[in-house]
Ligand binder design. Structure first.
Ligand SMILES: [Zn+2]
Length: 252
């Protein structure tokens, strides 16, 4: 099996998404139109329209369509493609929406023109999304007009183009009380992912699962998945950000 997907495979995956771009079948064709409209507009205006799509409501001739439902359908599609695992660390994704955020591989803060670009989107776990934040791991610098292809991504791991198993090997030991994962890069892209990112994720997991008090607190926090209270959600975000930062500074 090749280390990278071909352009044809990406196109086939995109066509698969277009078969069900909305949770309600009778809205599919309108959802495709809306998705393509926002995608083109984002590229043309060089603006981040991801949030705009989420909040958009289309209403015409008795048909109402919400942009957030298109993003939910995309998440479902990507999770299925990824075998229900995080695009970076390959751990299982919990079945909670906030814990499986859609990740912009080339960050939308740096490349707003790719904010609604199909191959720029993948689903990460909460930890990976928090750890990566808006970091640009690629060597590309704005402005670039054309989205890079699999052959252009030679220096960093692109989860939509590269096959994880060809680039990174990992060993995971899990017992009742603890978990330990060791990642080893096999290629330039894999080693870059390990040194930039996965070493922090492995360390964070080891610290959290080997500390009984911290593990118990985190389980309670994660258990409160459907946090509707915005203040609680913010406090949770702040706590996780501080935890990530302290572990990263410890890891160096
Ligand atoms: Zn992850």
């Amino acid at each position: 099996m090749k280390a990278s997907r071909s352009y044809g495979e990406i196109v086939a995956e995109y066509r698969m998404f277009l078969l069900a771009p909305h949770k309600e079948e009778h809205k599919h064709s309108r959802a495709i139109t809306l998705w393509k409209y926002f995608s083109r507009a984002s590229q043309k205006d060089k603006k981040d329209y991801w949030g705009k799509l989420y909040n958009h409501t289309y209403s015409y001739d008795g048909l109402t369509l919400n942009g957030c439902d298109i993003q939910r359908a995309l998440r479902k599609h990507l999770v299925r493609l990824q075998g229900n695992r995080c695009c970076y660390c390959r751990r299982w994704l919990p079945n909670i929406a906030y814990a499986r955020p859609i990740e912009h591989v080339l960050p939308r803060s740096v490349f707003p023109q790719f904010s609604i670009r199909y191959e720029n989107l993948a689903v990460a776990c909460y930890d990976c999304n928090k750890q990566k934040t808006a970091d640009n791991w690629s060597p590309f610098k704005p402005p670039i007009r054309k989205y890079p292809g699999p052959k252009d991504c030679t220096e960093f791991f692109h989860p939509r183009f590269h096959r994880f198993d060809s680039h990174v090997r990992y060993t995971r030991i899990e017992t009742n009380d603890t978990a330990l994962t060791i990642y080893l890069g096999r290629t330039v892209q894999g080693r870059h992912l390990c040194s930039t990112h996965l070493k922090h994720i492995a360390l964070m997991e080891a610290v959290c699962t080997n500390n009984a008090n911290l593990k118990s607190s985190l389980q309670k926090l994660h258990g409160a998945g459907n946090m509707t209270n915005i203040t609680h959600m913010r406090k949770f975000e702040e706590f996780m950000t501080l935890l990530n930062q302290s572990i990263c500074s410890f890891a160096g």
